[in-house]
Design a binder for this molecule. Sequence first.
Ligand SMILES: NC(=O)c1ccc[n+]([C@@H]2O[C@H](COP(=O)([O-])OP(=O)(O)OC[C@H]3O[C@@H](n4cnc5c(N)ncnc54)[C@H](OP(=O)(O)O)[C@@H]3O)[C@@H](O)[C@H]2O)c1
Length: 318
Amino acid sequence: MKIAVFGATGATGASAVAALRRERGPYRVVGRSLPALRAAFGDDPEAELATWQPGDRDSVSRAADGADAILILIGGDFHRWELLPDATRTIVAGAIAAGVRRVVLAGTVLVYGVPRARPVGPDHPLDARTRKGLVRIEQERILREASDKIEFTILRLPDFYGPGVEKSILAPMFRTALTGARAPLFAPFLTPHEFVFVPDLGPIMVALAEEPRAANRVFNLGGPGVITQRAMAELAFAATGQNLRVLPVGPTLLRIGGLFDPRLRELVELRYLHTTPLLVDDSSLREVIHVPKTSYLEGVNQTIAWLRKTAEPVLRAS
Ligand SMILES: NC(=O)c1ccc[n+]([C@@H]2O[C@H](COP(=O)([O-])OP(=O)(O)OC[C@H]3O[C@@H](n4cnc5c(N)ncnc54)[C@H](OP(=O)(O)O)[C@@H]3O)[C@@H](O)[C@H]2O)c1
């Protein structure tokens, strides 16, 4: 099966590509910039590089030509998410024109809004009231409305972490684990939470593209268990041998930070995730495919090892 990965240059894209490389045979990486694709995948003879532009359906059709399935892994910073529905519309229209059989979307649990159940199953109402949750509901709707022309699979995901993952509520904490500075955690940080280790995600997305029983279905993916931000920080600081001191980040600090960084401002409306646990039921996913789940201890150790490799030369030089 030929799979084309849209958003291949992101963290999830890297994980999907690693899974496709293990399967062997050619695969396609698709992005908006050829230089970025060359920098990431240019040294792999099995990688077919293709570009597309949001709004240009024909560019998608060319990029998807000959593909059986497309992984939609496009993202970007929170404050740019309003671009995602139109980009998704272009991908789906181009995929249909190219005769692609299935699109698989990396979605988010933000579509549920404040959870009314524990755990939250994939049939929980889509009750988002946040700007970002509403955008992602619209993105999902585009796939559902095309289901008479192309199969869809949607995977709703909680917060990420892992090697190479910069867009994560845990990313600033991981950096402080190297330096010993106070670890910024979103208050309240003892709320039960789940995190997905991004290297686990690629094989799951690929398996969903290949699995007939995943056609026209929506799934959740949870972490390897319930944990808190604080416990993740304890694991990270234990891995580096630094003393953990927490810097609680509440809405006031976010608003002040948001004056200078729009990404921080966007986190204010997501505070409910730290006051009302959103824990998911992913049993229906585990019924149809094998779901690898790296333990939090192993995942944190791998993340610290990656950070040491990439960040320490910079820290030493500064
Ligand atoms: N981070 C988390 O904790 C988390 C949690 C749940 C779900 N998710 C979702 O999972 C998906 C994958 O996450 P990720 O971190 O791998 O994504 P990402 O790194 O933010 O973005 C992946 C790629 O998408 C492309 N892209 C960015 N903005 C775009 C736009 N406006 N239109 C079209 N393409 C765009 C970029 O590739 P090119 O520039 O090469 O085109 C980028 O490298 C995203 O939808 C994300 O929101 C993330």
